[in-house]
Design a protein around this ligand. Structure first.
Ligand SMILES: NC(=O)c1ccc[n+]([C@@H]2O[C@H](COP(=O)([O-])OP(=O)(O)OC[C@H]3O[C@@H](n4cnc5c(N)ncnc54)[C@H](OP(=O)(O)O)[C@@H]3O)[C@@H](O)[C@H]2O)c1
Length: 284
């Protein structure tokens, strides 16, 4: 995808050590953006940032943040805020799946904590820097999985019965609900926020899946998009003039389409917002 000149624009890409996040970071840097590539593991992040910088032909900054720890998200956000007054492009992309029900250091179900609350907390902590950079864009990497997602506030963490897919689908429904609720709050600020499904992409995302699924996933990879193709979906929302001014939408295959009925339920989105604020300790 041909991007406009992004010289002078700052971009933060989460989950930039692999897959579509890494590819998006390369293209944003290549277009001239000041990219910070975020990873959770020092060695993997160092290796990824060297690859990104080499392929983009320019230096790229990196930082560490583990989205399974709210303290770590707060530490990273504070450090980023200290260094930068403005953030023009935020790509919320880091995510994963957990074969068995796993609790984070904060005592929360890990899929929901990393994939939804991680996006929520980081974005909220950086929001004034993003508004200060307007026109600015927030990109939320969701999934087609959100169509099957449910939101049960009495059992958000699946204490009453966990499956890897239901947890993933709930976290991705959270992404789309958050996108729409945030867009409502950002109206008139010059900041847009949109969610996307990147396609079925051959990445590491399913390494947390059960062992029996490995041969099926290995076969499926032959029919999947490449990470570069998946990243195009991010780049469109992050920088393309085609979508300028559009906000609160869900994109698949480079087109805005209707998300699930639950994702369109504004009351549900507001309830999730309140719950998310409470769970990350940002309640007003
Ligand atoms: N691939 C698909 O078919 C597909 C379809 C729909 C949606 N998506 C979404 O696309 C996004 C990117 O996934 P991908 O397919 O590119 O998978 P990937 O290759 O596994 O990349 C995931 C990235 O997220 C990082 N990450 C995972 N858990 C983290 C944590 N606790 N803290 C910080 N970073 C963490 C990973 O870091 P490490 O390198 O350290 O593991 C990696 O950089 C995800 O949100 C996923 O849900 C993917």
């Amino acid at each position: 995808m041909k991007l406009p000149d992004l010289t002078g624009r700052r971009a933060l890409v989460t989950g930039a050590t692999n897959g579509i996040g890494l590819e998006a970071a390369v293209e944003l840097a290549r277009a001239g953006a000041e990219v910070t590539a975020l990873g959770r593991d020092a060695a993997r992040t160092e290796a990824a940032v060297a690859t990104i910088a080499e392929r983009a032909g320019r230096p790229v900054a990196s930082a560490l943040c583990d989205f399974s720890s709210q303290a770590d998200i707060r530490r990273f956000a504070a450090e980023f805020r200290e260094r930068h007054d403005r953030l023009h492009i935020l790509v919320n992309n880091a995510g994963g799946v957990f074969n068995e029900r796993t609790l984070t250091v904060d005592g929360l179900e890990a899929t929901f904590a990393v994939n939804h609350l991680g996006y929520f907390l980081l974005t909220q902590l950086l929001l004034d820097r993003i508004v200060a950079a307007a026109p600015a864009r927030i990109v939320v990497v969701a999934s087609t999985g959100h169509y099957r997602g449910t939101m049960d506030f009495d059992d958000l963490g699946f204490e009453k019965g966990y499956t890897i897919m239901r947890a993933y689908q709930r976290s991705k429904l959270g992404n789309v609900l958050y996108t729409r609720a945030l867009a409502r709050r950002l109206a008139g600020t010059g900041v847009t926020v949109n969610a996307l499904h990147p396609g079925g992409v051959a990445t590491n995302i399913w390494t947390g899946a059960p062992g029996w699924a490995a041969p099926i996933l290995a076969l499926a990879k032959w029919f999947m998009l490449t990470p570069a193709q998946g990243a195009e979906r991010i780049l469109q929302l992050a920088a393309s003039p085609q979508v300028e001014g559009l906000t609160g939408l869900y994109f698949s295959d480079l087109r805005a389409i209707a998300p699930s009925a639950l994702a369109l339920d504004d009351a549900l989105g507001e309830r999730l917002w309140t719950e998310s604020e409470r769970l990350v300790g940002l309640a007003p």
